[in-house]
Design a protein. Sequence first.
Length: 295
Amino acid sequence: MKHAVNTATLTGLVAILLWSTSVGMIRSVTELLGTTAGAALIYSVSAICVALVKGFPRIGKFNRIYLLIGGALFVSYEICLALALGIAHSRPQALEIGMINYLWPCLTILFSLFMNQQKSTWWIWPGFALSFTGIVWVMKGDGHWSPALMWQNICENPVAYGLAFLAAILWALYCNLARRYGGGKSAVSLFLLGTAVLLWIKYALGSHEPINFTLPAVGQLLFIGAATATAYSCWDSAIQKGNMTLLATVSYFTPIFSTLLASLWLQITPGFAFWQGVAMVTLGSLVCWRATRER
């Protein structure tokens, strides 16, 4: 029994590690294949991989609220994040956008107070403030900070930053809605397919250069698709049989893992202030989680 729990917990840790590769890999693939086409291909491969592993579930077995509203939130989140990373002006900016996305853990807990009547202590508010301060710290860079400088930074690429903030909100809403109406079932394969279809429609309606497949692009595309399918499959097993306390704690360190892996893959070196911000976001999320655990 203990061996089974340890094995399930290990698969959950593998899922967290695989999800941590998404920021760097999405940015890299969209650089090689184009923002919209790259994103569409990523989610097409992901949908196929998840379907091969878990199959396409029957629509009739899902709660309609989860399927329709949850599906809309899931698809919107994936599109917002992929496009935000793709239209970032530089790789360092893509790293900032990836960090903004990681506001979702503390936002999930915050929204749970209203959507799922989650009880918490007053520590949730300092935790949220610390996470948000961490994002500000990431965006200020290693120089001096002022509201004017931060606003100037956002105005350089407002669509990308706006999509990243929206993505964090959408995923936090999805997590709470799925918890309330999902009934322990997952329609991820359907949601990934919907994401791919909408991105292909956007690609068809726009003016884009032909997709140039290269060996590195295909290799990275297959990796992120397989990684997504494996992560979802591992996570399902982990949350049913593994040590959820350990998995929940480790999951809040995803911003650190993601930043480390993305910076290595994209060959960029974040400054000290960036890592300070990452630590603030992570610690703030842990404080929020602890504020609910104490109740």
